[in-house]
Design a protein. Structure first.
Length: 423
């Protein structure tokens, strides 16, 4: 029986890359790779398939729950398509812990799968530059990480007109919550702050006062959560999030207990004058394993409201592989948001940097028009080796029966810079 009628579209939330799409994606990957190699980072790779339990244990209820692609294999193993790279990195490092020379500066560009509702900036498959530094103490590591982020954006011709980098510190926020007697509401505050920019002030306040019971597929709220009734506490949270008033001043005061924040505040404006860099209490990050410093970047273009990158410090992740506690910090930067970012700001097509790269990637193509099949011998024996020596590529036109003019035009349309008739 012949089976027909299969749809030609890709699986929901994934993309096909036609050659012209790959040119853009490769530009992003090559720019990432080149910058990281220049900064002394080494590339590594792992399999797309991982033990599903490591995400359940460490990635939190979204990545390790509602968004996890998982299945039982034929050997009854519980397997996942990786939703992120960080737990695989921790596994690699733990496996060779004694042989490795710390600090490690590693990067990778994996594809990740998340069972999300596909929408602008969010797909079910995306590629993610992952940059991580392991074995370097707080302070120096944060400074290096910001230097990497600044260098990556600079390599794309991006500056503070296009995006801003915002950072925070989870332990600092915890100190502040304790000061305002809000520790009991930590989960609620974390969740509302994490979504702060996506909602109006009124919506955020009403969520803080009476957390809604929600039940969609990515929901991780606790339906029994108790809201914040005290008006002074709500007022403090408003001040904190709007970065004005005594409650925010208190936050800045408490931040002095964290030398890594002090170091960043002192040095970043000097080292990266074209970077907008701000301490923002609303940067929380959804992933469960972050232990301190957290960072995200936001596109200033209204057409791309998603985070361009996200990361932070995760000092306890290695423990699931029985490795000693190891200071670790890193970030992930997605290709979907990066592509919209560059396109929206006109930093791709028409941009000299990109055009130059594309020219290097696509050597001059020469169209060869043999008169008859007998000319193929000469083409393969003489002409092609010569073209290869010159660093050029070729395309042979086999439509012997068409007029030379038509054959010439068709080669030009295929992008051949030169066309040669072969007799
Ligand atoms: P993340 O914030 O979940 O962090 O992802 C990092 C970046 O990947 C996001 O800022 C976004 O650009 C992109 N991204 C994430 N999910 C999607 C999606 N569904 N569609 C398109 N793009 C997406 C992590 O994954 C951490 N493991 C990063 C990290 C590395 N932390 C420390 N080291």
């Amino acid at each position: 029986m012949t089976v027909t009628g299969f749809p030609t579209n890709p699986y929901k939330g994934t993309r096909d890359f036609y050659p012209e799409d790959l040119i853009k994606r490769d530009y992003i990957f090559d720019t990432w790779r080149q910058t990281l190699v220049e900064l002394g980072f080494s590339q590594y790779e792992t399999s797309l398939l991982e033990n599903a339990d490591i995400y359940i244990a460490k990635s939190g209820s979204e990545l390790g729950g509602s968004q996890l692609y998982n299945f039982k294999d034929k050997g009854d193993r519980f397997v996942a398509l990786r939703p992120e790279q960080t737990p695989s990195l921790a596994r690699l490092v733990a496996a060779r812990y004694k042989q490795l020379r710390f600090p490690l500066r590693w990067f990778s560009i994996p594809n990740c799968f998340r069972y999300e509702r596909p929408q602008k900036g969010r797909l079910r498959e995306h590629w993610q530059l992952n940059v991580d530094i392991l074995g370097l103490e707080a302070g120096a590591a944060e400074l290096e990480l910001i230097n990497v982020l600044a260098s990556v954006y600079k390599a794309f011709g991006v500056d503070k007109n296009h995006f801003k980098l915002m950072y925070n510190h989870r332990r600092l926020l915890d100190d502040w919550l304790e000061d305002y007697d809000l520790t009991a509401h930590k989960e609620l505050v974390y969740r509302v702050l994490d979504d702060w920019f996506k909602k109006s002030l009124d919506e955020n306040i009403s969520e803080l006062r009476s957390p809604a019971t929600r039940g969609n597929e990515t929901d991780n709220s606790n339906s029994n959560e108790v809201g914040i009734a005290d008006n002074d506490q709500i007022q403090a949270l408003i001040e904190l999030t709007s970065q004005t008033g005594p409650a925010f001043d208190k936050y800045l005061h408490l931040s002095q207990n964290y030398p890594e924040i002090d170091l960043l505040q002192k040095l970043t404006p000097k080292l990266h004058p074209t970077l907008e860099f701000e301490l923002n209490p609303c940067i929380i990050r959804g992933i469960a394993y972050y232990t301190g410093f957290v960072v995200e970047a936001f596109d200033k273009h209204p057409g791309n409201p998603r985070a361009l990158n996200g990361g932070g410090r995760y000092d306890n992740l290695m423990e699931i592989f029985d490795a000693p506690p190891t200071p670790a910090i890193g970030f992930g930067m997605g290709d979907v948001t990066m592509l919209s970012f560059l396109e929206n700001w006109g930093l791709l097509e028409g941009c000299e940097q990109f055009e130059n790269w594309a020219l290097l990637r696509q050597p001059i193509r020469v169209g060869l028009l043999p008169k008859t099949p007998a000319n193929l011998e000469k083409i393969y024996l003489d002409i092609i080796p010569n073209l290869r020596n010159l660093g050029k590529t070729w395309e042979i036109d086999y439509d012997y029966h068409r007029s030379p003019n038509k054959r010439y035009e068709s080669m030009k349309k295929k992008g051949c810079a030169e066309v040669i008739e072969i007799f």
